[in-house]
Design a protein around this ligand. Structure first.
Ligand code: GDP
Length: 195
């Protein structure tokens, strides 16, 4: 698949603001600052589609991008940002949860983690939760350019072990800088979207 058209459609914070369920959706989850926006921009060949933030923790909305008029990429707020109040954290968790729990067009979730760091407690919870709700999950280990290729397998095993990743769930090393992993992610997206 090639992404020929990618357009930002809307942002939502509350359930009532979510757009109509009209096309298949593929969501992205990950810690704040993990590189979700950079991934969206790279796979869509666009520099400014998703906002890459120098101020982590600011994005609270669910952002919908329509791809090739065929499916939506849905960027959920980053979790695990330390410098916000507990009330704010609960609010974000609520936003994420109410989307994930009630979306009948949701086909799969891309769980983005940083290849260099052992997954956090928040990451473990998120993965556990995705499996609890039986979502097809693709784990993307991003910022792969920051370590040498020879070391990828050991970092990937660490992620697999800590998240207790199911055998059928792939982990793809990715870099928004070099494009490593992009084609593989596009193939998976096409499959999930039924293209
Ligand atoms: P988000 O908060 O998850 O959307 O994260 P961003 O996409 O805004 O990225 C957070 C920071 O990580 C930015 O400074 C990016 O330039 C950087 N970053 C994201 N992806 C990569 C990557 O693959 N390689 C490198 N070297 N830096 C990255």
């Amino acid at each position: 698949m090639r992404i020929q058209q990618a357009e930002f459609v809307t942002s939502a914070m509350r359930r009532e603001q979510l757009p109509r369920e009209e096309l298949p959706e593929i969501a992205l989850v990950g810690r704040s600052n993990v590189g979700k926006s950079s991934l969206i921009n790279k796979i869509c060949n666009r520099t400014g589609l998703a906002r890459v933030s120098r101020h982590p923790g600011r994005t609270r909305t669910i952002n919908f991008y329509r791809i090739n008029r065929a499916f939506f990429l849905v960027d959920l707020p980053g979790y695990g940002f330390a410098r916000v109040s507990d009330q704010m954290k609960r609010q974000w968790a609520g936003t994420i949860e109410s989307y994930l729990k009630n979306r009948s067009v949701l086909r799969a979730v891309l769980h983005i983690v940083d290849i260099r760091h052992p997954p956090t407690e928040d990451d473990v919870q998120m993965y556990h939760w995705l499996k609890h709700y039986n979502y097809s999950t693709l784990i993307v280990a991003t910022k792969a350019d920051k370590i040498s290729k020879g070391k990828w397998p050991q970092y990937i095993s660490q992620i697999r072990r800590i998240l207790v990743v199911k055998e059928e769930d792939k982990i793809i090393p990715f870099s928004a800088k070099t494009g490593q992993g992009k084609q593989e992610i596009l193939r998976e997206l096409a499959k999930y979207a039924g293209l």
